[in-house]
Design a protein around this ligand. Structure first.
Ligand code: HPA
Length: 283
C-alpha cells in the first residue's frame, strides 16, 4: 500500500491539503530547507551535489502527483550544500501530462510551507533568439505566460498570498546579478533571456517558433511559468535557468526530438549544476 493512502482523502480545501502534506513530510524529516530547487528535464544529477539527509519518493507523499514522463525521476531530496539547506524536486509536473495547474504547482506550495524562501527553477527550452546555440545556458530575466490555464484562477486564499500578484520581478534581480557575477568568475558562459510557456506536448511548428520570437521571447518551453507565478504569489524569491536544447528555425526544426533535447540538456548539465550550486553557496 502506498503510504499516502492512509491520509484523509476527504479534505478538499487546497491549503489544508498542503498542510497535510507538510505535516507528513515533517513527520519524516525535521529538516527545514531554505532553498527549493526544481530540476528540469535532463538536469536531475544536481542532487549528486547535495549531502543527502532524506529522500521522499513522490508516490509516498500524500496529495503529490506522480511524474509520468520518461527521464523525469520523482522524489523530494532533502540535504545540504555547504551550510545551506536545500530541498530539490527531482522531476516536476507538467500541464501536458494531464494535471491541472493546482496539481502542477502543488509542490511549490509545499516547499514554501516547509520553510523555503528562495526557489531555483531549471528547464530545457527551444531557442528562437538568433544569438543562441544548442547547449547555451540562459539566465531567465522574464517570462510570458501563454499556458491555457492560470494556476491562480479561482477563489484566492489569502493565506497563500494576495489576489492580484505583482509580476514586475518574476525572477529576482539580485539573484540574477549574483549568478552572472559567479558565472563570470567561474568562466561559465551565460546569456539572458525571456522564457515563453506553451502547453506542449508537441514541439512548435516553424510558424509557432516565429510567433514566440515576434512576441518578444528568446526561448520556449512547456514548464516553469506556473511554478514561478505560484512562487511569486507566496513571495518566494525566484531564480530561473534554462538550457537551450534545440533551435526553432528553418535549418534545425526537422531534427527536434525528445532524445535530442535530453542529450543537449545532459551535455550542459555539469555547468548548470555548478552555477546553481555556487549561487546557493554564495547568495
Ligand atoms: N519547445 C518547447 N519545449 C521545449 C523545447 C522546444 O523547442 N525544447 C525543450 N523543451
Amino acid at each position: 500500500m502506498n503510504e499516502g493512502d492512509k491520509f484523509d482523502k476527504t479534505i478538499t480545501n487546497y491549503v489544508e491539503k498542503v498542510q497535510q502534506t507538510v505535516n507528513y513530510i515533517k513527520e519524516k524529516t525535521s529538516f527545514t530547507p531554505e532553498y527549493g530547487v526544481i530540476l528540469g528535464f535532463g538536469l536531475g544529477s544536481f542532487t549528486d551535489d547535495i549531502k543527502i539527509e532524506h529522500i521522499l519518493p513522490y508516490h509516498e507523499i500524500p496529495n503529490f502527483p506522480v511524474s509520468t514522463v520518461q527521464g523525469h525521476k520523482g522524489a523530494l531530496v532533502f540535504g545540504t550544500i555547504g551550510d545551506k539547506k536545500v530541498v530539490a524536486m527531482q522531476g516536476r509536473f507538467h500541464f501536458y501530462e494531464g494535471y491541472d495547474m493546482k496539481e502542477v504547482t502543488f509542490p511549490v506550495r509545499v516547499m514554501k510551507y516547509l520553510g523555503v524562501e528562495k526557489l531555483i527553477v531549471s528547464n530545457a527550452s527551444g531557442g528562437v533568439n538568433v544569438n543562441y546555440k544548442v547547449g547555451d545556458i540562459v539566465i531567465l530575466k522574464d517570462q510570458i505566460n501563454l499556458l491555457p490555464e492560470h494556476p491562480l484562477r479561482g477563489v484566492n486564499d489569502e493565506r497563500f498570498g494576495t489576489r492580484f500578484v505583482n509580476m514586475s520581478e518574476p525572477f529576482s534581480k539580485n539573484m540574477i546579478a549574483k549568478a552572472k557575477e559567479l558565472a563570470s568568475r567561474l568562466s561559465i558562459e551565460v546569456k539572458d533571456g525571456i522564457y515563453l510557456g506553451l502547453q506542449g506536448p508537441t514541439f512548435e511548428t516553424l510558424s509557432e517558433y516565429r510567433m514566440v520570437k515576434i512576441l518578444g521571447a528568446d526561448c520556449v518551453g512547456m514548464s516553469t511559468v506556473p511554478e514561478v507565478i505560484v512562487a511569486r504569489h507566496m513571495n518566494l524569491e525566484t531564480f530561473g535557468i534554462s538550457v537551450i536544447t534545440d533551435i526553432g528555425n528553418e535549418e534545425s526544426i526537422e531534427s527536434i526530438t525528445h532524445a535530442e533535447v535530453l542529450e543537449a540538456a545532459q551535455k550542459s548539465e555539469p555547468l548548470v549544476r555548478k552555477l546553481i550550486k555556487e549561487l546557493i553557496l554564495n547568495y
